[in-house]
Design a protein around this ligand. Structure first.
Ligand code: UT7
Length: 328
């Protein structure tokens, strides 16, 4: 099936959110915080929390099925499944393998990637290369997160920020103009201590251990500054490499961590408020899922039409960051 020179186009998109809403007023009852502080400092008004027994794969499946449906493909047409998640069902099997089995996608390669909040842009970048080299015709890229499982509900500096959610795209080989123009991804492990979470070989889950040792720990102030600079720099570089300016972009879809970060990135890029998509007030930070969720809502609201240029820009633990420029 080797066919080079194809573009990978977003052929289908789906989203699935837990129904339970945790408002700022609810959080006021849990920790010493206020709706006023949370809204002023972050823009977040509410977030979704998955019910007990929910997993990253189960949350993702309805989103994937919706993406397949509106992408006009069948499960057996899928050649690759990539799930970006920091909250996998378990270390292995991968969350992508569970999803593959649930949707009946045959024996295509399926794996998770760990790039924290940049995971979806990392996943798109990888899937795009599979498609461009002819190794896949239809790839599924998912962001699915249950951040509520990693949050320390006694830590007001982090528990107000995060939420749960999932979204997925079908990326298909295309001969037309629509599709990914270019992606750039980066990491700087020397900043690894700025945002950490989870159990692993450095921090095994064992009885008698600190029950909060897996919880999110974040140097929020320092991260804020690096986030703004990294996102603005990669967005600017990607536009320049493609001979475009911010004026050519219909919609910038940034990682949704904090509306102040989003506004600062918009200012540094020179894009007006109306050109930057924001839904952090409804869902908080859903890590790798923020960008596909925002892209889904922008599309559903008619803010992404065929031919429009969109710029996705992400930042997260690692530290990792990256951007994808695409024509819808
Ligand atoms: O998705 C991955 C990337 N994540 C990020 O990039 C997050 C980046 N960082 C941020 O979004 C912001 O730094 C935060 C929202 C985490 C914090 O906002 P800030 O404006 O940087 O606040 P701060 O950490 O400087 O804290 C200011 C004050 C402190 O009190 P003092 O020391 O000034 O008395 C905090 O203790 O606000 C206090 N505070 C709170 N007060 C009420 C911290 N959290 C809360 C809270 N409610 N929930």
């Amino acid at each position: 099936m080797k066919k080079e020179g194809k573009r990978s186009r977003i052929a289908g998109i789906g989203m699935n959110m837990p129904s339970k809403i945790l408002s700022n007023a609810d959080l006021e009852k849990l920790v010493d915080t206020s709706d006023e502080w949370i809204v002023t400092r972050t823009g977040i008004k509410e977030r979704r929390i998955a019910e007990e027994g929910m997993t990253a794969s189960k949350l993702a499946v309805p989103a994937v099925l919706e993406a397949i449906r509106n992408g006009g493909i069948a499960a057996e047409d899928i050649d690759l499944i990539i799930c970006a998640t920091s909250t996998p069902d378990m270390t292995y099997p991968s969350t992508a393998c569970f999803i593959q089995s649930e949707i009946g996608a045959g024996d295509c390669p399926a794996f998770d990637i760990s790039a924290a909040c940049s995971g979806f842009v990392y996943g798109l970048t990888i899937a795009d290369k599979f498609i461009k080299t002819g190794s896949a015709r239809n790839a599924i890229v998912i962001g699915s997160e249950l951040n509520s499982r990693l949050v320390d509900w006694d830590d007001r500096s982090t528990c107000v920020l995060f939420g749960d959610g999932a979204a997925a795209v079908v990326l298909s080989a295309s001969d037309g103009q629509s599709g990914i123009m270019e992606s750039m991804i980066f990491a700087d492990g020397s900043y690894s201590d700025m945002l950490t979470a989870g159990h692993g070989s450095a921090n095994p889950a064992k009885s008698g251990a600190d029950p909060k040792s897996h919880c999110i720990k974040m140097k929020g102030n320092q991260l804020f500054k690096v986030a703004v600079k990294s996102m603005a720099d990669v967005a600017g570089e990607l536009l320049k490499r493609n001979g475009l300016t911010a004026d050519d972009v219909k919609l910038v879809i940034p990682h949704q961590a904090n509306v102040r970060i989003i506004n600062a990135v918009a200012k540094a890029m020179g894009v007006s408020d109306g050109k930057i998509y924001v839904n952090v007030h409804r869902y908080g930070n859903t890590s790798a899922a923020t960008i596909p969720i925002a892209m889904y809502e922008a599309w559903a609201e008619g803010r992404l039409k065929k031919g429009d240029i969109a710029l996705l820009v992400a930042f997260g633990g690692g530290l990792t960051w990256g951007a994808t420029l695409l024509r819808w």
